[in-house]
Design a protein around this ligand. Structure first.
Ligand SMILES: CC(=O)SCCNC(=O)CCNC(=O)[C@H](O)C(C)(C)COP(=O)(O)OP(=O)(O)OC[C@H]1O[C@@H](n2cnc3c(N)ncnc32)[C@H](O)[C@@H]1OP(=O)(O)O
Ligand SMILES: CC(C)C(=O)C(=O)O
Length: 469
């Protein structure tokens, strides 16, 4: 087949019919329940899965950030996985307000061993899954719809019966996922979930989490939202079930799909910090959370030291977060280009003026600085790197840095003149002009030898002091 024919090998996604959808008129007004699956879906996709010590580091990070639902692993996958669950329980590492879950496929011996890993825990959720989509029914299981539904039902029975018989002290929760939900006929997904609920009997104080994964993302985000609204309308026992989503990011639209799913009625979101996980990853919990923050909605997660979060995730995953990753990437609070820098400088100047006029601190004022969708300080970044100078930069950026890093406020004429000198330097070197080099250039250009020993060289105020007027 020639280059032209490649697309013919793929078919468009078949959407659920929902012409009276209501989700486009909804708003996200509060945080959903979050579940971090860094220690399971994230971990299972790593070239070097985390050892128990690394898992503990990640677990403690998640707890510190405020995640109260954490999928801690797939205990039957490996000895390390099993041992980690034992470590959490035996060393009493699970805070009272944190609920752990463990994943297991609907296979009897695996369910039993998974439950054994929970021995001694006061409460824990077993997360049971089996694929329900046609391709998997036919290719992976070789089963009919009825057989696949019965597999799920048997999985719940194995779980409840073992727990009742062998683990009487365990306050057991249940989560069920029809894997590849997004590719499953919607009415069949409902049939399986209803059958699962018939066994579990959700009721007062006995919730069931029904988790709908876009296991391999294939549709546009609004199609996923339609699927979620359709489900919410068609599943019974609304008051005792939690409708959860587990989006992946194969098309690069995992965040959008999740946000639309929240509009459509999803109550809980599963994802990973910085989008770890299989293939193109799970939906990124950092992006989702800070997207909420920047819309004035409290995500109920602490992102105030995002560099620490990033470093810990990089350490545990042995993978780097890309410098352009939303909110957390190294470069996302940095402007190199002149017009961006000029607007940022003017934004900071305006903020400073407002602070002086109102007598408030700058960080008490509404955040309105062009090109910076979030105050870097709200995620633990400083203002030092918001402007960096290279050949794409302009006088505004140079003036910003001289003022912020060296306490030099240049008049406009001088900004224009010195901007050209810096431009010539960066074009000559092809490199970034660092703040120290900027100072050197300024001194060389405008000060005499005797000036060089003056105060200017010895007392450059720090950038943050300048900006937190
Ligand atoms: C979408 C997801 O992320 S699902 C989670 C995926 N994560 C993992 O797989 C990580 C941990 N997994 C493992 O360690 C192993 O796969 C185990 C321990 C679960 C099973 O290992 P093995 O017994 O060696 O089997 P294998 O890995 O080849 O799994 C395939 C078998 O499980 C069956 N299977 C797969 N999923 C399920 C399920 N949810 N319920 C029941 N059976 C299942 C397959 O049909 C196949 O059975 P077959 O051998 O009779 O054809
Ligand atoms: C087990 C399920 C929830 C899963 O990880 C997926 O389908 O991606």
């Amino acid at each position: 087949m020639g280059r032209e024919g490649k697309h013919l090998r793929y078919s468009p996604f078949v959407p659920v019919v929902l012409s009276d959808r209501t989700w486009p008129d909804m708003e996200i007004s509060g945080a959903p329940r979050w579940l971090s699956t860094d220690l399971r879906d994230g971990n299972q996709a790593l070239p070097h899965p985390m050892n128990p010590l690394k898992k503990l580091k990640m677990f403690e990070l998640l707890v510190d950030m405020g995640y109260t639902e954490i999928e801690v692993g797939f205990p039957v996958a490996s000895q390390d996985e099993y041992e980690f669950v034992r470590l959490l329980i035996e060393q009493e590492k699970i805070p009272d307000d944190v609920s752990i879950s463990v994943l297991v496929p609907a296979r009897e011996e695996l369910v039993h061993r998974t439950l054994e890993s929970l021995r001694g825990a006061r409460k824990a959720t077993v997360h049971l899954y089996n694929a329900t989509a046609p391709l998997f029914r036919e290719t992976v299981f070789g089963m009919s719809r009825t057989e696949v539904r019965d597999l799920a039902v048997r999985g719940v029975r194995w779980t409840t019966e073992y727990a009742e018989r062998k683990l009487p002290g365990l306050d057991l929760g249940l989560q069920y996922s029809p894997e590849l939900f997004n590719e499953t006929e919607p009415e069949f997904a409902v049939e399986v979930c209803e059958a699962v609920m018939d066994v579990w009997q959700p009721g007062e104080g006995r919730e069931i989490i029904l988790n709908f994964p876009a296991t391999v993302e294939r549709s546009l985000p609004h199609v996923f939202a339609d699927q979620i609204e359709w489900l919410d309308r068609n599943l019974s026992r609304r008051e005792h079930r939690c409708l959860s989503v587990h989006p992946h990011n194969d098309r690069g639209t995992g965040v959008a799909a999740t946000e639309l799913a929240l509009l459509a009625g999803a109550q809980r979101v599963e994802g990973c910090l910085f989008g770890g996980g299989e293939r193109a990853g799970n939906v990124c919990l950092v992006t989702l959370g800070i997207n909420m923050l920047t819309h004035g909605v409290d995500p109920r997660i602490d992102f105030s030291d995002l560099d620490h979060v990033r470093r810990t995730v990089e350490h545990c995953n042995e993978m780097l977060v890309p410098p352009r990753h939303p909110y957390g990437g190294e470069l996302v609070y940095t402007a190199f280009s002149g017009s961006h820098q000029d607007a940022i400088k003017k934004g900071f100047d305006a903020l400073r003026r407002k602070a002086a006029d109102t007598g408030l601190q700058a960080d008490e004022l509404p955040w309105e600085v062009p090109y910076l969708p979030v105050d870097p300080k709200d995620v633990g970044r400083s203002y030092e790197r918001v402007v960096r100078i290279n050949s794409q930069s302009g006088k505004g950026g140079v003036a910003y840095l001289l003022s912020a890093m060296h306490g030099l406020d240049l008049p406009r004429e001088l900004q224009i003149e010195f901007g050209q000198i810096v431009q010539a330097e960066s074009e000559r070197s092809g490199m970034e002009v660092a703040p120290d080099r900027l100072r050197e250039l300024f001194l060389r250009e405008y000060l005499t030898a005797s000036d060089l020993t003056s105060d200017l060289t010895s007392s450059s105020p720090s950038c943050d002091k300048q900006l937190t007027v």
